[in-house]
Design a protein around this ligand. Sequence first.
Ligand code: ADP
Length: 447
Amino acid sequence: MFQKILIANRGEIALRVLRACKELGIQTVVVHSTADSDAMHVRLADESVCIGPPPSRESYLNIHQIVAACEITGADAVHPGYGFLSENAKFADILAAHNITFIGPSGDHIRIMGDKIEAKRTAKRLGIPVVPGSDGAISDEKEAKRIAAAIGYPVIIKASAGGGGRGMKVARTEADLEVALQTAKSEAGAAFGDDAVYIEKYLEKPRHIELQVFGDGAGRGVHFGERDCSLQRRHQKVWEEANSPALNAEERARIGGICAKAIADLGYSGAGTIEFLYENGEFYFIEMNTRLQVEHPVTEAITGIDLVHEQIRVASGGGLSVKQEDIKFNGHAIECRVNAEDPRTFTPSPGTITHFHTPGGLGIRVDSGVYSGYRIPPYYDSLIGKLIVHGRNRVECMMRLRRALDEFVVDGIKTTLPLFRDLVGNPDIANGDYDIHWLEKYLAKEE
Ligand code: ADP
């Protein structure tokens, strides 16, 4: 087991990882920018190292400074959290070259999944169902037209290097295709420095369903069931559930089995999430994230398994603590992402939190890095906390969520809490009857 882990992140996830380390009796080092000297993760860690000024590229993305912090403090492993360097293959490789363990998969596996065309090819080879579309990058308009005609309109053009929903364009007819192709290419080039795009059938009313998987790096793979993250705004997840209201146990076992086998065959190590669109009973792979996800606590709530403990165990060579047959799904869990944003326009609302009171009681978990008097710096993402609620079934979970939202107080800034208070009373949400476009349509109606 590791002696000392350096946490290369900030906010709620830094604290989340820190808690797991403390439970396992591992010393912790955190790094921080000058804007985060007062952050909770800095206060609670055994050691902290300031690695640079506020902009992420000079601090949380600064590989040299982070490796130097490992050397100075004698950390033997790094947990990257999510975002920042968590899916940076070069970072994983550099750590390996310094004999420091990256708590995550190999650089090569990160590289494969970071290139969406390569990821889709790999998924297909491993027997994972994919969205019909081009086999690789599209070279010209003629080829795009030929493929679109074969799979049928509407189609979506997507950037191979894509992320955060950028560089995607929908073409409803052949007449739209030329413009969609050109805009997607130029957006992709500008955002990612790589204008390779590919084409897929556009699904009209899918749900976003993702499978939590784990590999032990020695040829064993398991799945921890799915999460439904269909409630999104601008491709950003807002509310997540486990299990999905749309799946039954048989469908879960089938797609879970396919994913666990794929992970085993790949020789993958650590946590991963295989994301699908789900429509009319069919799953279509869209991408794989090679890290811990923001929404991992809903899976923890229904399985009772600490996924960060598992990540640390696997990375240290201790293997997974569970076999597939040990993983049981108990009740229902929902996570609401509480952002420092206007609940209607979603414009960021940084500032000082004058009062912060979190709900409690049975089945309630709040993961947050903020406190009363905390000043939210304007440099980073706006997530200030996650409310995770567990119940014996979805109805009980929703009742508890409504109560917990009423108790939650954040004064001094705007947050997305009022949006969740509206959603929890909405009949479609109560029925679990929503797809990936539901929230955008709902918000447009409310305006
Ligand atoms: P990114 O990495 O940029 O987030 P994804 O491939 O994960 O890109 O897609 C993000 C979102 O875009 C999906 O959650 C879904 O809402 C939408 N999307 C992607 N591919 C399709 C498709 N083939 N049909 C319909 N919607 C899609």
